[in-house]
Design a protein around this ligand. Structure first.
Ligand code: HC1
Ligand code: SF4
Length: 574
């Protein structure tokens, strides 16, 4: 252990601990900007590029960045001297001299760390005026916007994309004042290998990386006289939306969210969870077919569009292994515009489907040409959880004070199996609940597969079904997914089925969720919220959902049958 004194308090810490970490243990806050501890993926952005966290060390002439300076025995540190404060202010003043000052109309207004720091340091004027670097805004993608005018070169996006996700989209180009962060060859995002997982957006401290705003399109649809506007909500939204209104992470706000959506004027408030049950019907049937007919194994889940884009780019020699199931919200869209439209006598051309998703990639997915039927997109607009929160605020809807309401029928009925889709491990657990019963014709008494739960990057379980050991794996975060895929490519994988989600934590950690900046507690509580909702459900297995049974009886026929294939399955492209 090493003893260090910070602001007159002494503490013993492990060798290698930084001054910033030691100060945190003493509850001493040192302001930071580029630094980010992504506890949930055990990664730190320690580029020390901004110098906001500088401190004075006794006996040293220069100020030291506390995030990158390890403590040493007997070190005496002061974090709040006038010299430190002046240095911090100078750093921020220099950053502001090369930053647009359009805070009032900025996408990140009130959510920007640079803005908060400028306020905290009492900066009241732009001190340095001179040439400002300007770049063209990249609006090429359906999911995210890159505005390098607002980049402060903190490198958080690079850490997230390159180290955690291993997608390697970004790197710094040029030097000095001309430096900016860009995809290879400075390609626009939609031509790059970006998966649109949005994890870089979720850690960007400013508005350099933001989500494409679909709020105006949804307001317009809601106000169009000829449109029948249907909304569906993803499993993970209900345990995070409350955070936008001051609730604890993980607070389950399903009923309040339904009430709020109805108040906004949606004609029907349905649930993506219904379609997650539908996905399980198709995916379990496909898995069983592959098991019994010598099909390609392992089967990979295919509901995460970030993950789909990742393997289309980087593992396109393996395009036959993912399940061909569309993702639940896409299945929902097509069922709304066929089965439901017919049932209700509505012209599907007048139906406008809005998905509320924790995800940026769902915006890109909704526009994919493979996900159309009869020349109509299955889903017309996607809003993130954050956007829904903003929209409710615009409409002055006070979410937490609303009375709970129920989803509309029939596309609002769901089981516990579908709720757990929202967290890493949940899709495969849901699939097992059904696969087990279908293969054994016995009731699965213990529906919870605890080995498949938690936050370990890769988890596995062996499940005995009849006399066969079925090997299951779960990976979340694309870096972990890559490991399992490389094993498959090398012929070394012994798994029968694998669930992959692009975002660490699964959808609860999606790039469209309220910002959590790697705070592990937030993700853990959201996960607890998901499992709590599962436990509270009358039915906990997808094939028990009465509305799903009826859908097959009245319309689809058999799972994996002809009609189901036409509507609910897709294909992948290189
Ligand atoms: Fe997800 Fe899914 S669970 S992908 O993680 O399969 O986004 O929440 O809606 O479609 O159901 C996201 C969440 C979501 C789909 C489902
Ligand atoms: Fe990388 Fe995901 Fe950001 Fe794309 S969205 S640049 S894949 S972190």
């Amino acid at each position: 252990l090493v003893h260090v004194t910070i602001n007159n308090q002494t503490i013993a810490v492990e060798e290698g601990t930084t001054i910033l970490e030691a100060a945190k243990k003493l509850d001493i806050r040192i302001p930071t900007l580029c630094y980010l501890n992504l506890e949930h993926v055990k990664t730190v952005n320690g580029s020390a590029s901004c110098r906001v966290c500088v401190v004075e060390i006794e006996g040293r002439r220069n100020l030291a960045p506390s995030c990158a300076t390890p403590v040493s025995e007997g070190m005496v540190v002061r974090t709040n001297t006038l010299r430190c404060i002046k240095a911090r202010r100078l750093v921020v003043e220099l950053l502001l001299s090369n930053h647009p000052t359009d805070c009032l109309i900025c996408e990140k207004n009130l959510n920007c760390e640079l803005q908060s720091l400028a306020a905290e340091l009492d900066i009241r004027r732009i001190k340095f005026h001179g040439v400002r670097a300007t770049h063209e805004k990249d609006i090429s993608s359906k999911a995210m916007i890159r505005n390098m005018d607002k980049c402060i070169l903190c490198r958080r996006c690079e850490t997230m994309c390159n180290q955690v996700q291993t997608v390697h989209v970004y790197s710094a180009v040029n030097r000095g004042f001309d430096t900016f962060i860009a995809p290879a060859l400075n390609l626009p995002m939609d031509k790059s290998i970006c998966t649109f997982c949005g994890q870089c957006v979720s850690v960007c401290p400013t508005a350099a990386l933001t989500v494409v705003n679909d709020i105006p399109n949804v307001w317009e649809a809601l106000n169009a006289k000829d449109k029948f506007v249907i909304v569906q909500t993803a499993p993970a939204v209900r345990v995070a939306l409350g955070e936008k209104f001051g609730a604890e992470p993980g607070t389950v706000v399903t009923g309040k969210m339904v009430a709020a959506l109805r108040m906004m004027g949606f004609d029907k408030v349905f649930d993506t969870d219904f379609a997650a049950d539908l996905t399980i019907m198709e995916e379990a049937a496909e898995f069983i077919h592959r098991l019994q007919h010598g099909g390609r194994l392992p089967i990979l889940t295919s509901c995460c569009p970030g993950w789909v884009k990742f393997f289309e780019h980087q593992f396109n020699d393996l395009l036959d292994i993912p399940s061909t199931c569309k993702s639940p919200h896409e299945m929902f869209g097509v069922i709304a515009k066929t089965y439901y439209a017919e049932k209700m006598g509505i012209d599907p051309k007048n139906i406008f489907v809005v998905s509320i998703m924790p995800c940026l990639a769902k915006k890109y997915e909704a526009a994919r040409p493979e996900l159309m039927h009869d020349d109509m997109q299955d889903v017309d607009a996607v809003l993130t959880t954050r956007e829904l929160g903003d929209m409710l605020k615009e409409a002055n809807i006070d979410l937490m004070n609303l009375k709970d309401e129920e989803f509309d029928e029939p596309l609002g009925e769901s089981t516990g199996a579908s709720v757990i889709f929202g967290t890493t491990g949940g899709v495969i657990e849901a699939a097992l609940r059904t696969t087990y019963e279908w293969l054994t014709n016995e009731t699965l008494e213990e529906v919870e597969f605890h080995e498949l739960r938690g936050f370990e990057g890769i988890r596995e379980a062996v499940v005995k079904i009849n006399d066969q050991d079925i090997n299951i794996a779960v990976a979340h975060g694309l870096g972990n997914a890559r490991k399992l895929l490389e094993d498959i490519r090398a012929g070394k994988s012994h798994y029968h089925a694998i669930e992959i989600m692009a975002c660490p934590g699964g959808c609860i950690g999606g790039g469209g969720q309220p910002y959590h900046f790697g705070n592990f507690d937030v993700l853990k509580k959201r996960m607890e919220g998901i499992y709590k909702e599962d436990k509270s459900k009358k039915y906990r297995k997808s094939h028990e959902n009465p509305a799903i049974k009826k859908l097959y009886e009245e319309y689809l026929g058999e799972p994996n049958g002809e009609k189901a294939h036409e509507l609910l399955h897709t294909y992948y492209v290189k």
